[in-house]
Write a protein that binds this ligand. Sequence first.
Ligand SMILES: Nc1ncnc2c1ncn2[C@@H]1O[C@H](COP(=O)(O)OP(=O)(O)OP(=O)(O)O)[C@@H](O)[C@H]1O
Ligand SMILES: [Mg+2]
Length: 502
Amino acid sequence: MEDLATLHEIAAALAGEQLRPSLQEVLLILARKGGISRGAITIVNPSSGEIRIEAAYGLSPGAIQKGRYKPGEGITGRVIETGRPIKVPMVSKEPLFLNRTGGHSSAKGEESFLCAPILRGGKAIGALSVDRPFDPGFDLDRALQLLTVIAAMVSRLVAHIEALQWEKEARQEESRRLKEQLKDRYSISNLVGSSNKMREVFQMISQVCKSSATVLIRGESGTGKELAASAIHFNSERAKGPFVKVNCAALPATLIESELFGHEKGAFTGALRQKAGKFEQADKGTIFLDEIGSISLDVQSNLLRVLQEREFERVGGSSTIKADVRIIAATNRDLEKAVEEGAFREDLYYRLNVFPIYMPALRQRKTDILLLADHFLERYAKENKKDIRRFSTPAIDTMMQYHWPGNVRELENCIERAVLLCDGGVIHSHHLPATLQTGQESDTMPRLALEEAVSRLERDMIIDALKSTRGNMAQAAELLSITPRQMGYKVKQLKIDFRDYR
Ligand SMILES: Nc1ncnc2c1ncn2[C@@H]1O[C@H](COP(=O)(O)OP(=O)(O)OP(=O)(O)O)[C@@H](O)[C@H]1O
Ligand SMILES: [Mg+2]
């Protein structure tokens, strides 16, 4: 009868979803009802084969630490290896006793030891062992039988929990793999995007990579033209060669010629020695001519010659130099208009425009905003050694609503700044610049800017508190240091439904 009551209690303890607390409870019941002085439930780690104490009664934490066995070692190891229960009526007479956990001292008097395997599919996945004070009148066989039954009950819970654990790990693995795949598919050399427009860009880039064709990259400021140019170079056969950048707009017209083609000593005042130009430096690699729309007509004709004949001369020089260079040019200007106005040579325009790639503006590919924001968050959080994981929902809304005239560069700057300002784990909308918060009409200064910003912040913080308390209004109020009454009022005012966060 006594046994049955014990089993009943143990069954109830094992109904839990958590392994360790349930196992702990089993041992406590055995202590209370079965008079054990110590007990342990050990589980085999399936990958290392090591046996670890998962729950214990009457053992110090240090003893638990030490209680690691290899299969076959000691009595617990033996039980797990053979899958058969063992009883040791008198511990002091048993040579196999390893006494790892240091509990069996003779000072406490003679003890008996019982150990039953936790079996699953005919194999032992662990063991349940107990010590009890030696008592010649006690029926050890019956106790061992009971222990075997309990071990079988424990096995069911362990199996169930392990299945859950496996499932969880499998899910995590799957999502990691998917993410990895997405990364491959949606980015080339740090150029991030999953929108249709960006996929077209990736497609074009991977096509043109294989050849040495001249490429013209077009797009607004900050759309990633330079990044695209380097992606082409570093994914082409010239990747091992140099990638030389020239910003044509940054150089005065008088210097650009010598910058590009080099000069001989004494070619002009100040030309103290011979100098190789960018085209020579880029030999067997790629030259990136940024802001090509701003070069003068003189330089345009020399450039045309390089494009047509693949050769040039240094300024003030007479020998012809061969150029083994791939040319990538970029501009945010309207070249067609410049051609019409006579500011850009038409023949050069056609030479350059053989393979144009248009970088879409960020407002034309809103679906990329989050992907890019995450990308920059990861980068700048790492750079600044901050553990910032995500954006709050209102911050995301703010970013999605903005029109991004400065494109990806502007977004990148915003995130970098937000990371610097943020001192929690989440970027909130108040970490984003005020220009993003004032709505779409940037020409009309909204009268309610402050009020609007404040309620955004309030909303942000309340939603976050509700998320972390799983929709518990009272706890959320406490987190925010306001009264439940104030909380109720705010939630109503801001039209937040706490049930959304349960
Ligand atoms: N698709 C993208 N993925 C990741 N980062 C990007 C992307 N596009 C742009 N960036 C980043 O934005 C910034 C601006 O990009 P980049 O300098 O290539 O733009 P640009 O088109 O050359 O601009 P500008 O016309 O002003 O010279 C860079 O820091 C770049 O790394
Ligand atoms: Mg640029």
